[in-house]
Design a protein around this ligand. Structure first.
Ligand SMILES: Cc1ncc(COP(=O)(O)O)c(C=O)c1O
Length: 379
């Protein structure tokens, strides 16, 4: 039996989600834009999925726009906000997901915007004082900061950043791909204008996601096509994906505290076990700190060793799926841009374990045992 500890890359589909999707794969195949009965039935299902997502997020259905996933949502929000509000400055960090960093690089190369990188603290958190300084210098900028870093798990103080953005009239975009379904997002409380989500990170299907667009900060479409999604995202909707995503989010919200406590206990157990069995082990970013990091992610930092280069490969051989990337100082295309930015020149090993409600404590025991074997640690 293989062990899957790569849930931040993608999480297994919930059986209940699959059951909810099935009728829309086989029987209810109408195009939701068709006005006949086949179409109307599917349209009603999509709108009820939108209503469900909006209810869970405490926003209006019109603020939820379905997309093909997190990448599209990030692209759409950033490009459209820049275009709609003629924004010239973007404040962000080099440790965002590539869906954001590459979009910003592209816009800067085109001469459309100037990107300003925030100073990062050594633990990977953003420097809030620097954020305010930049906002003072470039008011009405676009601020793009992820809610939780997908590699090191650091959590953003959304309230403080939202308040600062409001003070300086900035457009606040947050990539919430890693936190959607794992934390409650109350859109009446958060002062965020655009948010991105992907269903497969919370036990929904792949290839579907959504963006939240605040109704007072409307943007126009970043692609041309049909009038779907209130003219904001042309293209026939991924019907069963959308149905599955709403179901997946509903399940997450129903059991959020229970699953959080369980997953957190797995992470705490692994931290404890690793510290007591592998000398010199530390954790990248805040991931070893339960209060300050995403409870689904643990990014392990292993002492310099010749085993480091082959670590993921060896784990894979031992039946363990995890992900990694080592701090890359050479500028080579391999390695993690996040660890490269935070730990330049580091030769320590890096492996990201990410958990879900489907993992078992016995699996953690096996993984730690295998790590001990790989690193030939003797008691
Ligand atoms: C933080 C973050 N943003 C965006 C994405 C992209 O999501 P998708 O692959 O669904 O487009 C991911 C997926 O790894 C992610 O972790």
């Amino acid at each position: 039996m293989r062990i899957y500890l790569d849930n931040a890359a993608t999480a297994p589909l919930d059986l209940e989600v699959f059951e909810a999707m099935k009728p829309f794969m086989l029987e209810d195949y109408g195009n939701p834009s068709s006005t006949h009965a086949h179409g109307r039935k599917v349209r009603a299902a999509i709108e009820s999925a939108r209503k469900k997502v909006a209810e869970l997020l405490n926003c209006t259905p019109g603020e939820i726009i379905f997309t093909s996933g997190g990448t599209e949502a990030d692209n759409a929000i950033i490009r459209s906000a820049v275009d709609t509000y003629q924004l010239k400055h973007i404040i962000s960090t080099p440790i965002e997901h590539h869906a954001v960093t590459h979009t910003l690089d592209f816009l800067q190369k085109q001469g459309i915007v100037q990107v300003h990188h925030l100073r990062l603290l050594t633990n990977g958190d953003i420097d809030l004082t620097h954020l305010e300084e930049l906002l003072k210098t470039y008011p009405k900028a676009l601020v793009s900061l992820m809610h939780a870093n997908n590699e090191i798990g650091n959590l953003l103080d959304m309230e403080t950043v939202g308040a600062l953005c409001e003070k300086y009239q900035a457009y606040f975009h947050s990539d919430t791909v890693q936190t959607m379904g794992h934390y409650r997002h109350d859109m009446k409380q958060l002062k965020v204008h655009g948010m991105a989500a992907a269903a497969h990170k919370f036990h929904g299907p792949k290839g579907v996601g959504f963006m939240y667009i605040n109704k007072d900060k409307k943007i126009h479409s970043f692609m041309q096509g049909g009038a779907q999604e209130r003219n904001l995202r042309g293209g026939t909707e991924n019907v069963y994906g959308i149905i599955g995503m709403a179901k997946a989010l509903e399940i997450c919200y129903q059991h959020l505290e229970e699953h959080k406590a369980y997953i957190e206990s797995l992470k705490a157990y692994m931290i404890e076990k690793l510290i007591t069995t592998l000398p010199g082990i530390t954790f990248h970013g805040h991931s070893g700190n339960l209060q300050k990091s995403l409870y689904t992610v643990l990014n392990v930092s292993l002492p310099e060793s010749e085993e480091n280069d082959m670590l993921l490969f060896n784990l894979d051989l031992h039946g363990i799926s995890a992900s990694g990337g080592s701090a890359c100082s050479s500028g080579a295309s391999t390695g993690s841009h996040v660890l490269g930015a935070l730990y330049p020149g580091s030769k320590r090993g890096a492996v990201r374990f990410s958990f879900s409600k489907f993992n078992k404590i016995e699996e953690i025991d096996v993984v730690v045992e295998k790590l001990v074997e790989i690193y030939k640690v003797t008691a």
